[in-house]
Design a protein around this ligand. Sequence first.
Ligand SMILES: [Fe+2]
Ligand SMILES: [Fe+2]
Length: 407
Amino acid sequence: MKTRILFVDDEPNVLSALRRMFHDMRGEWDMAFAADGPTGLAMIAERPFDVVVADMRMPGMDGAMFLREVQIQNPGAIRIVLSGHSDRNMVLETVRPAHQFLPKPCQPADLKAVIDRSLSLREVFLDERVKDVVARLDRLPTVPRLYADLLGLLAQEEPSMREVAGLIAQDVGMSAGILKLVNSAFFGLRTHVSSPAHAVNLLGLDVVKALVLGVGLFDRFDKEAFRDFDLEKLWGHSFGTGRLAREIAEQEEATSAVKEYAYIAGLLHDVGKLVMATNFPDAYRDVIAACREGQGTVLDMERMYFGASHAEVGAYLLGLWGVEDPVVRAVYLHHEPGRDQRAGFSPLLAVHVANRFEHELVVIHQGYALNPLDELYLAASGLSDRLPAWREACAAVVARGPIPEDI
Ligand SMILES: [Fe+2]
Ligand SMILES: [Fe+2]
């Protein structure tokens, strides 16, 4: 089936240029063009699209308003915004409703690459409901304690950049949100940024303030609404896995890029669990109950109930948000690293092992089955004999507790 793509721009020249640029794609793409938001929405009402590409600056309904409507009316669509560099502040308005931000004018190859990449992970989903929920999401909940601390810091006259970055780097929701923005092609950074602290430094305090206070990029987790889901525990495990994955990379004397990937992939590896548990609380309760009754692993039960596991859901979300491939890959395969054909050390390997160590070293539920280590995969990577050294180093990290240098 062809991919349905809608382009919305108020400048006729831009639309005809897009039509020309992607003429060769007609075999794969079913393209539609609209000169303004309301026309685009009418087309969506007739038949939903897979991808919607919108201009930022349009008279009447601007790109942000339009994409917010798309989010409601065509939740499964991948939303891309094109904006000129003078629109820097306007871009902040689209941080939530858009998945990806591209500078205008943009190269056809860049736009095509973003579309292809965003579509590639969709194939794994059998369940349209899950696909829609993931694509509709525009922010992730944050640990209330960290969120309150951040608000406190930002209220100070001269907040310390280091402290702000440190807080953001500890929270899964905040880190993912910041990375979504900084990794967008809009900022034109030559290399992608995987460290939340680095991202905060690049964006600057004013932008961070606008994101938190103006746009509401971070959502405080509502404990009352999800009584049987402990975000603090899951985020604690995630932060721990990030730190241990980076320690393992450190032990292997990996490059600083690989260390950053390992940390962020560890931090984000279970983000899919949150998406499932908060959007489908009843079904996720059934998943947990089925696991407790011994019907199968969490992964099997998630696939049975949702058609996808938390690994795929998380990877899909992060891919849509423009998080880098090595990170998305590590999240995608963290329970099944053997599906990765590459030998040797990788962020995936670090996260797979760190996830197990974190559960082993920080016991929350006695008797809770530990994630098995994939011995065959470790042997194929030629690194099995490194496990004892990694375990020892990770135990030292856990014993030491988080220190500022970790961030
Ligand atoms: Fe997991
Ligand atoms: Fe985990």
